[in-house]
Design a protein around this ligand. Structure first.
Ligand code: BYC
Length: 328
């Protein structure tokens, strides 16, 4: 059980029992038929709460996720890499905008979401609490974190909540470019000088555990999967997404002559699934609950951005401001 998950576990059954059974049956039948649920449609309170939790965490992951790669814009090798890195980071922030808008349709204000992020109340992806020491770390993020994100988002874009699915469709289109960009950058280093190969291998070793954690705890430890899959918010379980990622990317990593820091990693011919050493789930819990290598730094940067941007928001909201156009 992790952090805010307790709240949902404790209220899950009570909340559902309070719902109108006729409306509930119709809601579930619509989901079963593959219809999209839209903001003004009836929905059980738990569906609303779960979606806010998940979309909000996703949005936070995009803005916090732009920080480790963002610090590499000025140090990216060469003008073309700088331009591409800047465009990618800008896209990630744009994804946060789309996702905050999708979460707002469920009744939570953007201001409240950002306050909850800064105060450490809301989670965001574990991976962004690790440092990007070198340019190679940034490249591993661009390739493999984006790859993991695409596996997750392509599946969930076929889910039940209209605004989230439409945001994911748009995000996936942009992520496809990020994936190519990240792959190109990693191939460049893996086929470069001995020093470049050493750097990319070291970064891969550092990132392997966070990447394995990225898909969430094993299904048997997951708090929310059951209800989210029943309501087609999550379209595959954490373990299935992890398997899909391993299937698609381990061969590509090995193809580059790189190794992975898990001696047990292999495709099991009998089960057709990947065997691997369970990553340290205690580390995962610590990191997502605020005690990772960079949690404090990431939130401090975000807090400073909020404070420094406050005057812009005040100016825009000032009815006398020349930037505020009266409504027609
Ligand atoms: N990190 O019951 P579970 C990107 C939490 S950004 C942190 O399995 P669920 C990019 C979980 O929240 C893309 N926390 O949860 C951006 C829950 O805690 P609470 C990020 C995690 O929701 C910039 C508890 O553990 N993608 O790619 O069924 C630059 C129990 O877990 C994590 C998304 O956000 C984690 N990795 O499944 C570059 C995708 N995993 O809330 C790249 C949207 C689990 O009870 N989210 N937890 O306190 C999802 O698909 C699902 O929420 C998850 C987890 C699969 C992540």
């Amino acid at each position: 059980m992790y952090g805010g998950g307790n709240v949902f576990e404790a209220t899950k059954f009570d909340t559902l029992q309070n719902e109108d059974p006729v409306k509930m049956a119709e809601f579930e039948a619509r989901i079963e038929r593959g219809e999209k649920i839209e903001p003004n449609d009836w929905m059980p309170e738990l569906y609303r709460k779960q979606l806010i939790r998940m979309i909000e965490q996703h949005a936070h992951s995009e803005i916090i996720g732009s920080l480790p790669e963002g610090t590499w814009i000025t140090r990216a090798p060469g003008f073309r890499r700088k331009l591409a890195q800047m465009a990618k980071v800008q896209d990630e922030v744009g994804h946060a905008q789309l996702l905050y808008s999708a979460a707002e349709t469920l009744g939570k204000s953007r201001e409240q979401m950002l306050t909850d992020l800064i105060n450490g109340k809301s989670k965001y992806s574990n991976v962004f609490n690790y440092p990007a020491f070198t340019w190679a770390d940034s490249n591993i993020i661009s390739w493999l974190i984006d790859a993991g994100a695409i596996v997750n988002q392509l599946a969930n874009a076929k889910g039940s909540y209209g605004p989230y699915c439409r945001a994911l469709d748009r995000i996936c289109a942009e992520e496809a470019f990020h994936l190519k960009y990240g792959h190109d950058a990693v191939v460049h280093m893996a086929t470069g000088s001995a020093k470049q190969r050493e750097m990319i291998q070291a970064a891969l070793n550092r990132w392997w555990t966070p990447i394995m954690h990225f898909f969430g705890p094993p299904d048997k430890m997951s708090t929310h999967t059951e209800i989210l899959m029943k309501w087609k918010v999550k379209m595959a379980s954490n373990d299935d997404m992890r398997q899909q990622f391993l299937d698609m990317y381990v061969p590509k990593i090995w193809e580059l002559g790189l190794t992975l820091p898990d001696p047990n990693l292999k495709k099991n011919a009998e089960t057709g699934k990947w065997d691997y050493t369970e990553p340290d789930w205690e580390e995962f819990k610590r990191v997502i609950n605020g005690d990772g290598p960079c949690n404090a730094e990431r939130l401090a940067v975000r807090r400073t951005a909020e404070e420094r941007g406050a005057w812009v928001r005040r100016a825009l909201l000032n009815p006398k401001s020349k930037y505020v156009k009266p409504l027609a």
